[in-house]
Design a protein around this ligand. Structure first.
Ligand SMILES: Cc1cc2nc3c(=O)[nH]c(=O)nc-3n(C[C@H](O)[C@H](O)[C@H](O)COP(=O)(O)OP(=O)(O)OC[C@H]3O[C@@H](n4cnc5c(N)ncnc54)[C@H](O)[C@@H]3O)c2cc1C
Length: 162
């Protein structure tokens, strides 16, 4: 097998543009925890299924205990929120949460998915957490985009064809 230089791999992978989500969960004590994630994927329509990849940490531990997570798709005004939930935040944020289907959600997200884990697949030190969607909603606003290791506004001219 060829060995690929880690920096080269990182740089190439960063050219895949994604949205940005905050995964929220309740820990054993009922406290909200969350982490920034861009590995979120919608998998199947029937049953409605999604997944994301989680490294070990507080949020993954909470999800393992409850079997549930919420996916908050961030609007383009939420770069500071994304940095905060990646453990990189500088600003002190006044956070409040709403609730959908028993899961904490951030106000003003572009879309929200309430999820119940149906399968865990371990990949290296990450776990792929496959989940069935038990509730979801969305609103028409511009998403935050992550590309080239930087945040971008999601607004742009629609492509000619999909
Ligand atoms: C664009 C981007 C995409 C990423 N994608 C992924 C990915 O797909 N998979 C992955 O594993 N990692 C990803 N990361 C890295 C991940 O966000 C961090 O490693 C994160 O710190 C892991 O969260 P944790 O719960 O394990 O750790 P923690 O350090 O416990 O939590 C992360 C941060 O959230 C804050 N926080 C948690 N709960 C609350 C709360 N209730 N109220 C206020 N603040 C709270 C903490 O203070 C901490 O600063 C991504 C990071 C970025 C910037």
């Amino acid at each position: 097998m060829t060995s690929v230089d880690a920096e080269r791999f990182r740089a190439a992978a960063s050219r895949f543009a994604t949205g940005v989500t905050v995964i929220t969960a309740l820990d054993r004590g009922g406290e909200v925890c969350g982490m920034t994630v861009n590995s979120f994927v919608s998998v199947s329509l029937s049953p409605p299924t999604v997944l994301f990849l989680a490294k070990p940490g507080r949020t993954r531990t909470a999800i393992a205990a409850s079997g549930r997570y919420g996916v908050n798709v961030l609007p383009d005004s939420a770069a500071a929120l994304s940095s905060h939930f990646a453990g990189r935040g500088q600003a002190r944020l006044d956070l409040r949460y709403e609730s959908t289907d028993g899961l904490p959600r951030l106000p003003d997200c572009v879309a929200f998915f309430a999820c119940s884990v149906v399968r865990q697949i371990d990949v290296g030190d990450h776990a792929m957490l496959v989940a069935e969607v038990t509730a979801c909603d969305h609103r028409d606003s511009t998403p935050l985009v992550f590309f080239g290791s930087r945040y971008h506004h999601g607004a742009g001219e629609p492509a000619l064809e999909t």
